[in-house]
Design a protein around this ligand. Structure first.
Ligand SMILES: [Zn+2]
Length: 294
């Protein structure tokens, strides 16, 4: 039995998977952001204890986190849950839970889950991308997560798309995330004169209803998607691209977004399947458990 924990900015979810990847039990609690790092540690430890009690046997534990572990220091970096930054999360949890812990970036857990028993099942090279509040990604080759020298594999969200573009929280300008995240689409719609409180989902619906401002913002969004995706395809040539996150429900990504990518891919044809995820919101927590072999 394996326990997966998905530590998110608002919720912390846990699951027990059996050797056939079937879910035995699942629990979800709010992430105690206001209590800071010690409260987050406590929540994870009591969640693991609770899940293990249901499993009735000692379990291996995998954790998906925002950000990544620094290879140099063993501490969390690049996390938008800022109270985790510079904390030795893996070492602390390993000591508290008295076992070896596997830990990966949440987008990597998503990609792994979709490659093992989701929309990328049976495919050689899977690029899993998250389009949501942020933009992330992970690469799985033959069911094995690719983790590179610096634990940043797949982090395409902070590649520059337009160097003069909007400011990004990472300190640079014009990162892919400043064009392809939900807040980015909403901000672009507002810049063009739309209501600044409109969500990405509503903008998409308005575009379908022939709202010209929404159509303009969506067209730019889809072109940026095509450009950004083409760089991934030219370098990695994945057998499938699986999209997750809140924006994965935008149907136009799979039609017009795909056509946009075709213009920028260096090839005489464009056959890469671009598909929506199968494991939905469960992909992150399942992938965390699947950091351990069944
Ligand atoms: Zn950035």
């Amino acid at each position: 039995m394996r326990i997966g924990i998905d530590l998110g900015g608002t919720k912390t979810e846990g699951v027990v998977l059996d050797p056939d990847n079937a879910e035995i039990v699942r629990r979800r609690y709010p992430t105690p952001i206001n209590g800071g790092y010690p409260a987050i540690l406590n929540t994870i430890v009591s969640l693991v204890d609770e899940l293990q009690e249901h499993a009735g046997t000692p379990c291996r534990v995998g954790i998906g986190t925002p950000g990544a572990l620094s290879q140099k220091t063993g501490r969390i970096k690049n996390s938008n849950t800022t109270c985790l930054i510079n904390e030795p999360l893996q070492a602390d949890l390993s000591a508290l839970l008295k076992r070896e812990i596997r830990m990966e970036n949440d987008a990597n857990c998503f990609a792994l889950s979709e490659a093992i028993d989701g929309a990328g099942q049976g495919q050689g090279i899977v690029f899993g991308m998250i389009l949501g509040t942020g933009v992330g990604g992970g690469i799985v080759v033959n069911q094995q997560l690719l983790t590179g020298l610096q634990n940043i594999t797949g982090e395409w969200g902070h590649n520059p798309l337009y160097p003069d573009g909007p400011r990004c929280y990472c300190g640079r300008r014009g990162c892919i995330e400043t064009f392809l995240s939900g807040p980015a689409l909403a901000a672009d719609y507002a810049r063009r004169g739309g209501d600044s409180n409109t969500t990405a989902q509503t903008i998409t619906a308005l575009a379908e209803d022939n709202d010209p401002v929404a159509q303009e913002a969506l067209a730019v969004f889809l072109n940026c998607f095509g450009q950004a995706l083409a760089t991934i395809i030219n370098i990695l040539d994945p057998h499938v691209v699986v999209i997750g996150g809140g924006l994965s429900h935008i149907d136009a990504l799979y039609s017009r977004g795909r056509e946009a990518a075709a213009q920028y891919v260096f090839n005489d044809e464009f056959s890469t399947p671009i598909v929506s995820n199968m494991n939905g919101d469960s992909a992150g927590v399942r992938g965390a458990a699947q950091l351990w072999p069944a």
